[in-house]
Design a protein around this ligand. Structure first.
Ligand SMILES: *C/C=C(C)/C=C/C=C(C)/C=C/C1=C(C)CCCC1(C)C
Length: 262
């Protein structure tokens, strides 16, 4: 369990309260935007947009749970009780949303069926392994006395494998996309590496020993929340814009109604 050696000050409490609230609002309104906006792309790209909206919807639920849990642990009747805060909500959220983020990225490219399933068959299990291996480290579980850093290291193996598949394997199929789509997908991969990289860094910052300090607790919540907003909301909105570019490339009629200058 997470044992904090220090309690949160008022200022620290407000920082975490506000960042969780911002996360909740971002996830909720991105979900609504994507679900409504799916009508604005051709049917063959709607699945990618809907998966993006599902990711932020799942995260909306978990941010609600975290926000509630945080208030109970630090502001409720129990008072300043860090032990009552459960990092498990984040990990359950990631276990569901990280594979789906990879699905939305591959889906929006509308690759041939065989290429699509070959890439996903490797990415999805790797994503699940990465999250499952990280959890005992973050939750400071005592499993045969294995140190948090060892869990972090084990989790990094599938993490690096995912990056390899995205940059090397997926890179090969990119040559068949238009210049405009290639540009967006490269931006998306950059966003992915920049934001996904924040998670292991945050993990290390919060690692310490079994006694996490209040500062480490705050750093972890801020780091994970900001990374989540960028990796889910901004990522989903770029997926939406790729779906629109590809719709316009596929259908002149769509291009005329959706892009006035086309
Ligand atoms: C929306 C949530 C996302 C995109 C979460 C991504 C999470 C990671 C890339 C986590 C990676 C980790 C490591 C590479 C090592 C340490 C443990 C983790 C799980 C934090």
């Amino acid at each position: 369990m997470n044992t904090l050696s220090a309690v949160l000050t008022n200022g620290q409490f407000n920082v975490v309260y506000n960042i969780l609230s911002l996360g909740l609002a971002s996830m909720l309104f991105t979900s609504i935007f994507l679900f409504v906006g799916r009508e604005r792309v051709l049917p063959r790209y709607r699945m990618a947009v809907m998966v993006s909206g599902t990711v932020t919807a799942i995260a909306t639920y978990h941010y609600f749970r975290m926000f509630d849990n945080f208030n109970h642990a630090f502001a409720g009747l129990t008072g300043n009780n860090p032990d009552a805060y459960n990092v498990g909500y984040r990990y359950v959220d990631w276990l569901l949303t990280v594979p789906l983020l990879l699905v939305e990225l591959v889906a929006v490219l509308a690759l041939a069926k065989a290429a699509q399933s070959s890439i996903l068959n490797r990415l999805v299990p790797a994503a699940a392994a990465m999250i499952v291996l990280g959890y005992p480290g973050d939750a400071k579980l005592d499993i045969y006395g294995i140190d948090a850093s060892v869990w972090g290291l084990l989790s990094t193996i599938p993490f690096l494998y995912i990056l390899y598949v995205l940059f090397i394997e997926l890179g090969k199929s990119l040559s068949r996309q238009s210049a405009a789509v290639q540009k967006k997908v490269k931006l998306l991969r950059l966003l992915l590496i920049a934001t996904w990289g924040v998670y292991p860094i945050t993990f290390i910052l919060a690692m310490g020993n079994t006694q996490a300090t209040a500062d480490q607790f705050v750093a972890r919540e801020v780091g994970y929340s900001i990374a989540d907003i960028l990796a889910k909301c901004l990522f989903g909105l770029i997926i939406f814009s790729i779906a629109r570019i590809k719709s316009a490339e596929d259908d002149a009629e769509y291009a005329k109604t959706e892009f006035k200058d086309a």
